[in-house]
Design a protein around this ligand. Structure first.
Ligand code: CP
Ligand code: NVA
Length: 299
């Protein structure tokens, strides 16, 4: 069987995505006790910081009977210019899977092309698909289903927004984005999603939030955009998820944030800590969703 990678939500069909999340739910419920990664090793390359991704993959691999190796790109030869395609082939001789968090999405595509073991995208400037797996699991736990639900995205059209667009494309729910001019999601990803699902974009957070079942946001300046933080803070003024915005959403709406969060910027403290917030369930679900992913790709 050819190896499978997970670089984007669209790498999976609707059926495969649903099966994966079903498996994640069963793992979370303690119904799966096998060790599909027994004696298998996952290499994890990080060119950016991480708390959740690093720890959840490491713990997940261990719980499945395997092992994970943390590789900071500063410490391995990639940081001194060794080509990705060489790193891919070398690591493939030692390990059974590679997770990578980096800047350019093309680097991950190249790693996957040259690796003979599964490659998992642990976040690029373009996409954060592992987070969206956990978010989908969280939505289903809180609301029972994503079918017929309306998801609002408020803020930057970043890697998270792009990955949510791909989730809408595969699963077919309605996604409304509210982004300031100049900070829209990737054009190609948006257009592709629009052909398959009800996907819209506005500059008004209120328009996106009205009646929505999920209110979702993320930081205004992502990793690698630190130098733009001041300019972005001006552009995103008014794009805060506060209690007034939550009041426009459905009464049972949930608030999601992939974390880390900046209270008082993209989200008000009262919403972050409030009864509709599911942010720590989301964080926990990284573990369960990724265990299902590891078992599917490497088991
Ligand atoms: N949400 C997320 O990916 O968190 P980390 O950056 O801590 O991995
Ligand atoms: N958009 C954020 C997500 C962090 C998990 C970033 O890329 O920094």
């Amino acid at each position: 069987m050819p190896k499978r990678d997970f670089l984007a939500i669209t790498d999976f069909s609707k059926r495969e995505l649903t099966d994966l999340l079903d498996l994640a739910a069963r793992m979370k419920g303690g119904q799966i006790t096998g060790r599909p990664l027994k004696d298998k090793v996952l290499a994890m390359i990080f060119a950016k910081s991480s708390t959740r991704t690093r720890v959840s993959f490491e713990v997940g691999a261990m719980q499945l009977g395997g092992h994970a190796i943390f590789l900071s790109s500063r410490d391995i030869q990639i940081g001194r210019g060794e080509p990705i395609k060489d790193t891919a082939r070398v690591l493939s001789r030692y390990v059974h899977g590679i997770m990578i968090r980096t800047f350019g999405h093309d680097d991950v595509v190249q790693l996957a092309r040259y690796a003979t073991v599964p490659v998992i995208n642990g976040l690029t400037d373009l996409l954060h698909p592992c987070q969206v797996l956990a978010d989908l699991l969280t939505v289903r736990e809180a609301l029972g289903t994503w079918d017929g639900k309306v998801v609002a995205w408020v803020g930057d059209g970043n890697n998270m927004a792009n990955a949510w667009l791909q989730a809408a494309e595969v699963l077919g729910f309605e996604l409304r984005l509210a982004c300031p001019e100049g900070y829209e999601p990737n054009h190609e990803i948006f257009e592709r999603a629009k052909r398959k699902a009800s996907v819209s974009i506005t500059e008004l957070p209120e328009e996106a939030a009205r009646g929505a079942h999920v209110i979702n946001t993320d930081v205004w300046a992502s990793m690698g955009q630190e130098a733009e933080a001041e300019k972005r803070a001006l552009a995103f003024k008014g794009y805060i998820v506060d209690q007034d915005l939550m009041k426009l959403a459905a009464t049972d709406a949930i608030f999601l944030h992939c974390l880390p969060a900046h209270r008082g910027e993209e989200v008000e403290e009262a919403v972050f800590e409030g009864p509709q917030s599911r942010v720590f369930d989301q964080a926990e679900n990284r573990l369960h969703a990724q265990k299902a992913l590891l078992a599917t790709l490497m088991g």
